[in-house]
Design a protein around this ligand. Structure first.
Ligand code: FES
Length: 160
């Protein structure tokens, strides 16, 4: 298994230390690691285990249970397609399928260039504008399959 570099290990230990006095620190630690380090691979879980005394098996269970934790690095732009009931009824599945087809990835995967991650989301509280897609904080209303190539082009243009 690959080892963390020194700077990364120091960063993870520092995050663990923030919650030394908490009775149940695991979710707080993992949330900070996800936000600040970007993902929580096994080598990071091992450091958390050393610092907290919580087994790697338990940490792994938590990381894989909650969809906002990730074992692999996410893309620069995270495309969240809502598949909650309202969005599903209005064709949300067709939208996520179209993104997947154009990007050549499945939900949960990231493109090889590291630009896009495709995620399926539960209701994001925008049912009135279903089907909704959220990309790195921006919500797109009533998305159609025809709009999907244009949305991707918008983000690719930012990188050009
Ligand atoms: S079901 Fe998609 S926003 Fe509510």
């Amino acid at each position: 298994m690959s080892k963390l570099n020194e700077a990364a290990e120091k960063q993870i230990r520092e995050i663990c230390n923030r919650y030394k006095n908490e009775k149940t620190p695991l979710m707080l630690i993992l949330s900070d690691i996800q936000n600040e380090y970007g993902y929580i691979p096994l080598e990071v879980q091992e450091v958390v285990s050393e610092e907290t005394g919580i087994s790697v098996a338990e940490i792994y269970g938590v990381v894989t249970f909650y969809s906002f934790f990730s074992l692999t690095p996410k893309g620069k732009y995270v495309i969240g397609c809502c598949l909650g009931t309202a969005c599903y009824v209005k064709g949300g599945q067709l939208i996520i399928d179209k993104f997947g087809e154009l990007l050549g990835i499945k939900p949960g995967e990231t493109t090889a260039d590291g630009l896009f991650t495709l995620d399926a989301l539960r209701c994001i509280g925008a049912c009135g504008i279903a089907p909704a897609v959220s990309i790195s904080g921006q919500v797109y209303p009533k998305v159609t399959t025809e709009q999907v190539p244009k949305i991707l082009a918008e983000y690719r243009a930012k990188e050009a």
